[in-house]
Design a protein around this ligand. Sequence first.
Ligand code: ATP
Ligand code: MG
Length: 229
Amino acid sequence: MARPAVTCPGRPSCVHLTVPAPPLPVPDPGRGPTRIGILGGTFDPVHVGHLVAAVNVHYELSLDRLLLVVANEPWQKVGARPVTPARHRLALVEAAVSGCDGLEASSMEIDRGGVSYTADTLDELEAANPGAELYLVIGADVAGMLGTWERIDEVRARVRLVVVNRPGTASVDAGLLAGWDVSIVEIPALEISSSDLRDRAATGRPLDFLVPSEAIRVIRERSLYVVER
Ligand code: ATP
Ligand code: MG
């Protein structure tokens, strides 16, 4: 029960009120299930191409959360080139999304350990968020490789696929994605890749405005990408 207002002696204009606690958010029954976006990647390093994709998909599809899921062992890349230890890549993504509403760095694949398969990540997300709708976000360059993914039929059955355009890759061929529930989201085309950024860092060229400044600070503090890979 609210307490009565109290007036300070000698200062009649100063009134103390007991302010009731703000009400808990009431779930909006018309809003439907929680909508969670998943942008998986190696993020070696994260760059504004990833972030522009993430914020635009978050906005266009009215997602509640968009997780940038940092791969522990990206099976497509291990063996092909040295991959920066996962804890550093996670720190870069955490720095990059700090203060960016709706975007979250996720360590779930790192916490799980071993090789990172999206099918396992979906298992975990479904268990932790019963009833949520899962939106798997990929760049157009990844669309042609989906057939090589582990347990791809399970993935197809459980997500809505979101494809964003990426310079250097033609727009997605609908036949390639037959059977998927798919949305195409047009984003500002940014010709930026982690491969180019690793090369830039190793040869002393600037990363500024291609990588968020908070993440550049982490790269410098930890002396990452100083050796050409
Ligand atoms: P690398 O050059 O090492 O492969 P990358 O820049 O492709 O790095 P990844 O971590 O492989 O980054 O990509 C994660 C996801 O982000 C993928 O789905 C990829 O298609 C998407 N993506 C990366 N860069 C862009 C970009 N510039 N525009 C749109 N999507 C992007
Ligand atoms: Mg890539």
